[in-house]
Write a protein that binds this ligand. Structure first.
Ligand code: 4GX
Length: 251
């Protein structure tokens, strides 16, 4: 898979991809990351990428022309499997399902907004979709693009040594086909400052360990991310209603 990034801060991407899984994926040839400087598609003396909003208002917007020219230079004719994504706080929320979906593409172009935003014609007529990595405001799309690349790259064949590790963990762990958080995990020492590892994990009883882990994952999800289970309960209302009916009949 090829990741293209369009940015006014190309230096930003030197750091994040020099280490870890993404760096190894590049070295192994599983992915390519090409950073494109938006100012390369400006033709005035000052390499202007921004301008004031029509109708007035605070701040500056990225102009459409350099962004369209860059995209048309990267992909002279747009083919299936070439997907352009605008990172913005207005976008659809990025999640593990979104990462799995993008991992099916051949090439991604991640367009990083800056300033107060980007001329809306980029979202309307160039980007295939607008993605937000979370409900908070970043100072630019660069960190968001790095997050998307990391989450997508590790799903690609040949990137992670252990394929099973991509299905076991949070948000992919299938509990009735829906995500839960990871179960709590422990390593040595079995007693750290008096805080003991749950006995069952030291027992060697694989079936008991499996049951404990499933319950612990559910408990932790209920405590920290009840929204994930609310989703599950909405999709499977029947047993709950039966339970309630039973309880009402008892009392
Ligand atoms: N997840 N931001 C982008 C400028 C901007 C505004 C509008 C395009 C359209 C963000 C996020 C995020 C702040 C990045 C605004 N670009 N991006 N920037 N949350 O907050 O992705």
């Amino acid at each position: 898979m090829i990741f293209h990034v369009l940015t006014i801060f190309p230096e930003f991407f030197r750091g994040p991809f020099e280490h870890g899984v993404v760096a190894r994926a590049v070295e192994a040839g599983a992915i390519r990351i090409r950073i494109h400087n938006l100012r390369d598609w400006t033709f005035d003396r000052h390499k202007t990428v921004d301008d004031r909003p029509f109708g007035g208002g605070e701040g500056m917007l990225l102009k459409p022309e350099p962004i369209f020219l860059a995209a048309e230079s990267i992909w002279p004719e747009r083919k299936p499997g070439q997907r352009a994504v605008l990172l913005s706080a207005q976008g659809r929320l990025f999640d593990q399902a979104g990462a799995r979906r993008l991992a099916l593409e051949a090439e991604l172009l991640l367009i990083c907004g800056r300033y107060e935003g980007v001329d809306e014609r980029v979202a309307g007529h160039l980007a295939d979709e607008e993605i937000s990595i979370g409900d908070y405001v970043l100072s630019g799309g660069e960190l968001a693009a790095a997050v998307v690349i990391d989450a997508v790259a590790r799903l690609l064949p040949g990137v992670l040594g252990n394929v099973a590790s991509t299905v076991q963990e949070s948000f992919s762990g299938l509990e009735d086909g829906l995500p839960t958080l990871d179960c709590p995990q422990y390593t040595r020492p079995a007693d750290f400052r008096g805080w003991k590892v749950p006995e069952v994990l030291l027992s060697g009883h694989h079936e008991q360990i499996r049951l404990w882990r499933r319950q612990a994952a559910l408990d932790k999800t209920r405590r920290l991310r009840p929204d994930l289970l609310a989703h599950r309960d909405r999709l499977k209302p029947a047993p709950q209603e039966q339970d309630l009916a039973g309880k009402e009949a008892e009392s």
